[in-house]
Design a protein around this ligand. Sequence first.
Ligand code: 2HG
Ligand code: ZN
Length: 411
Amino acid sequence: VVRPADVVEVAAVVTACRAHHVAIVPQGGNTGLVGGSVPHEGEVVLSTARLALVGEVDRAGMTVVAGAGATLARLQAAARASGVAFGVDLGARDTATVGGMVATNAGGLNVVRFGAMRAQVLGIEAVLGDGTLVRHLAGLRKDNTGYDLPGLLCGSEGTLGVVTAATLRLVPSYDEVATAMIGFESVAAAVRAGAALVSGLEALNAVEIMFDDGLALVAAHLGVALPPASRAPAVLLVEAAAAEDPTADLADAVASLDGCVAEPAVARSAADRDRLWRLREAHPEAAAALGVVVKLDVTVPLGAIPDLHRRVRAAVERLAPAATVLLYGHVGDGNTHVNVVGPGVDSDAIEDAVLAIVVELGGSISAEHGIGVAKRRWLPRARSAGDIAAFRAIKRALDPDGIMNPNVLLP
Ligand code: 2HG
Ligand code: ZN
């Protein structure tokens, strides 16, 4: 493991590894879910832990420069201390780091409002696989001066170079927050409601979907009681945030939704809000407590979500009848997390069945977690031969010896 302290040391590591034909796996918080930051074949791990500087917030330009090793929580705290906010939030905020979030184009809870990482990165500094330093950190809102390196390196999963810093867009801090949990009679009703909120509620920050079986498991795992609103076949967690209290707007929007089965649970305090969010954010850990989880992270067009869920549950029932299926996710983005765990689970068989359904429904086999090692064999089903040839040409140009994270992304 090498722990460079600055970009010059990163470049020295890459140059040395290139000279000795040694591969590199960049690693930040190691919170990824597709194995992208895990060494598999004796590669050098390049830890970004010491590249953790968060610069001064530029209030006029609404930007901040953050080092690759800065955690999301530290970035959020720096923004908050200056009266603004960062547009991406994830459950792994205390551990996930900026470099990894850029490299995986991380999404999370507020994509519906602010977009994923790619929408936040205005400038980037990185060392490419041939040792070249690229640095363009001015962070101007308008800057049409050539190829978009932030766009290219976002989602490149460490295969082109090591991201060392980024200039990130900041957003206004919407301090007044209203949060509600709403139960629906069916998946279809919940998805329709999610779509209505996306188009109709201006202050919408997040709209997450969960189900009765998953919530019961989470409640047992955490040892907490569930609010009555969550005892429904499908449940939305909705959050609105604005400069002025959005409670009335949220209540009006919720009142116009069809298919609600009970009074919504409305957070009256910060503690209430944390309790509601904990029920959502603890889904992955509740699944992990049951064993090794097969994880899929897919998008389909919003209208196809009920079909996806029905077919996924049926496929798992057929392949591993004793397994537990947890479905949850960012419904406003069409993004479902599929977690399958328990006896008789053959990960390849489950993955093949679920991803085949996703492709048939016109979806994506990776919504926000990336391809990594775990989904690599599926890339040719998801992207055309032309796309993959272009990926390879870019890879060859920027990493001519193929030393950058060679086990991920490209088949
Ligand atoms: C989430 O939304 C994360 O909770 C993790 O993307 C999803 O663990 C998962 O499958
Ligand atoms: Zn997610």
